[in-house]
Structure formats: C-alpha cells, structure tokens
Ligand binder design. Structure first.
Ligand code: ADP
Ligand code: MG
Length: 392
C-alpha cells in the first residue's frame, strides 16, 4: 500500500488556533517569540485566532470557510486538536473538511501527538520549546501524511472522533486528577501518578475487542460534500473569518449519520459482539487504555511500535491484582517504552481494530484524547487514514 504523502504548495496560509490557557499559560508568548519568527522566515502566512473558551475552536472550524487556509494548526495541548477534529467531522461537508491538513504545535501540558510525530520523524526525545521548534519546522516544510482516526459511540448515543486515545481507570484518573497541576506542564502526569497510586481503585466491566490479526479489511461509506454560502463574522481577536450559517449555541447539530463513515466492524449495543471477537474473561481492571500513537506524553512511550496510520488501536489493559510497586515499575518503564519487557502478568497488550467496553457501574470518568467523558458503555473502531497531519 503506497503512502500518500502531500506537500503544501507555496505560498500557503495557515489558520493557527491558540488556547491561551493551555499548559503553563504561555502559548501566546511562545507563538510570538518562537513560532511566528519561523513562519515569517519560511514565508508561511497565518491567521491567528486565540480561543476564548472551551468549544470555541470546535465551533469555529465547524462553521468556517476552510478554503481560506491550506492547513489548520493548533498551538495548545491535545485537547484543542480534539475539538478541531470533532468540529470538522460535524460539518455537512466533513468528508472534504477532514482532509484539510492539520498541525499540532505543542503548547499544552499534554502534547502526545506532537511527541509521537517528533518520534516518527526520527528526532531524539524533546519537550517544551525544543519540541515546539521541531513541530514548527515541520509546518514550515509543509509535508503532510494520512493519520487514522477512531470513531467512538456510546450507549446514550454520543458519537466522537478521536486521534489519540481512549481510556478508563488508572491512567484516565491521572489525566483528570492532574488537571489542577497544569502549571507543572508535562510533569503534572508524574505527580498525578504518584498521587493516584495511593488510592488504587478497581474498575469492573466487560472488555471485548477485535484483534488486528483476526480482522478483515474495512470499507467506508461514501458521502457527499455540500456547497454552502458563507458570510463574515469577526473572530475573537478581530480577524475576519468566513463563517457558514450555523444553529444557535447549544442547539444540537443536524444529524447526518447516514453520511458518516460507516462503523462496519461494530454491532448495536443490544447485540453481543461478533463471534470472532475476543471477550476478556476477567472483569476487574486497574486500567484500560487504547492509544493510537506512540507517545502519551513527551516522557511516555506507551506504544513504541505505533505509526501515524497503522490501522491499529494499541490496547493495554491492566488486570486487578497488580501491586502498587508493580504499577510504579510499569509507570517508570513507560518513559522509555520498556514496560512490556517487564513481563508483568497483569498487563496485557494487543493491537485491535475495534473494541467494546461495558462498565458494570458508572465508576470514574473515561477519557477521549485526554478529555473527560461520562462513564457508560462505549465501542469504537479504527478508520484508516481518515485525516491528514503535518509531520516530519
Ligand atoms: P492542556 O494540554 O494544557 O490540557 P489543551 O489545549 O488540551 O491544553 O486544552 C485544555 C482544555 O481547555 C480543553 O478542554 C479545551 O477545550 C479548553 N479550552 C480551549 N480554549 C480555552 C480557553 N480560551 N479558556 C479555557 N479553556 C479553553
Ligand atoms: Mg489536554
């Protein structure tokens, strides 16, 4: 299968969405001092848009005239890119919109995709300004590659698109509980982990999955991009944006499930998973975590063999019974990605195409790309090469 690399044709114009609250609150300063000079030097034009609140970026990309930009960059953490991916998928013309090259410029406390792309490019481990410099350099080069997305559906009818991870239990709890240590940047996860170890919880539920090995190929249903008129509305910081007419805030978007990529591997929740799936016999877990890229953070190589588009979710589950010391060892080994070498009998790893998780109680929160999701039955599958991302 040929890799369809793309190259932004010069001169190109990038929409930069920036979360001023992300990470240690330095994103705007980092843009001015580090990113902007590089873009100017490389003759890359940009429109900067500073977000004012959660979901601002999501609403912007849901409604904007995307033809104005050759790429959409996010200077923030993974959370803002998650908004952008979902905003694009909520458009009537999602099929064309999701092909707009995206770019992650790490400015948050969780920059897993940036760390992964830095790793795929063959660069040595980097964080903070060094990682941001590397990623801005990728944007100046303009090379983009396909990236897999995962569709997630919940029993209550939510549908989400995820580029990084789905989790429940220990790792998700660390992510959420450590939000208050955002000022520490990436170190928030180390502090959060040690803290969570003290109050280790058991999560009960049924986990099922379709291993990559036993799966057949997936096809996507065709959709029809729609042409719409646009008009101008001002962006938060005064830059005019072309915005398509949209419903009032809070009004659910019109359903267009018929044209969404088909979840050909999944069956409705009221039916048991297909026979060729694996159902995990144990039902008590410390953590369940599916990651689709190599890094969970600058210092966490969770799935060392993962690639941008390997058609896999790298599913890890840690069964109850592991000691605190065992868990600490796993966590420390994850920095270099050697946690599987420890042969911990409680830790399981399998690359999968699809999974279903049915919690027995609404314990804790789940996370999607690091963002919280109320605990309920959820299932998901990989959609090969659904979006494009600027990479090295
Ligand atoms: P971090 O890596 O530090 O968590 P993210 O970019 O992931 O940074 O953003 C964290 C959260 O902040 C996301 O849920 C996002 O929706 C939200 N957010 C985006 N813009 C703003 C804003 N202007 N003020 C407050 N929160 C915002
Ligand atoms: Mg985040």
């Amino acid at each position: 299968e040929g890799v369809t690399w793309g190259l932004l044709s010069r001169p190109y114009h990038v929409l930069v969405l920036l979360n001023p609250q992300s990470g240690t609150g330095q994103a705007l300063q980092l843009f001015r001092s580090l990113v902007q000079p590089m873009l100017v030097e490389a003759d890359v034009a940009f429109t900067l848009c500073v977000t004012e609140r959660p979901n601002h970026a999501r609403e912007l990309v849901r409604a904007a005239d995307l033809s104005r930009w050759d790429a959409v960059a996010v200077l923030a953490g993974d959370g803002l890119l998650y908004e952008v991916v979902n905003g694009l998928m909520e458009r009537q013309d999602w099929q064309a919109a999701i092909k707009k090259p995206l770019c992650t410029l790490p400015g948050g406390s969780g920059n897993a995709l940036a760390a992964s792309i830095n790793h795929y490019a063959g660069n040595t481990r980097a964080s903070k300004e060094e990682l941001l410099t590397n990623c801005t350099y990728f944007l100046c080069k303009g090379l983009h590659a396909p990236m897999d997305l995962v569709s997630l559906s919940t029993a209550s009818g939510k549908r989400l698109y995820s580029f990084l991870s789905f989790g429940w239990g220990f790792i998700s709890d660390v992510d959420i509980a450590s939000e208050k240590y955002r000022q520490l940047g990436n170190a928030r996860f180390t502090v959060g982990t040690i803290q969570q170890l003290a109050g280790l919880k058991v999560y009960k539920g049924r986990l099922s999955y379709l291993p990559v090995e036993t799966s057949s190929s997936v096809s996507s249903a065709p959709g029809s991009p729609s042409e719409q008129n646009s008009h101008h509305v001002p962006c938060s910081n005064g830059h005019p944006l072309h915005i398509l007419p949209q419903p009032a805030p809070g009004v659910p978007r019109p359903p267009h499930e018929g044209s969404w990529p088909e979840d050909s591997l999944l069956v409705p929740f009221d039916q048991p998973v297909p026979k060729h799936w694996t159902v995990v016999p144990e039902e008590e877990f410390i953590s369940i975590f599916a990651i689709y890229q190599s890094h969970l953070g600058a210092d966490f190589t969770m799935a060392p063999t993962a690639k941008l588009h390997d058609g896999s979710m790298h599913l890890f589950f840690l069964k109850a019974g592991v000691s605190r010391l065992g868990l600490l060892k796993l966590f420390l080994a994850m920095e270099k990605g050697t946690h599987l070498d420890l042969n911990c009998p409680h830790l399981h790893y399998v690359p999968v195409r699809a999974f279903r998780l049915e919690p027995f109680a609404s314990t804790g929160l789940m996370t999607v790309d690091g963002e919280p999701l109320a605990c309920e039955p959820v299932q998901g599958q990989v959609h090969d090469q659904l979006c494009r991302i600027i990479s090295g």
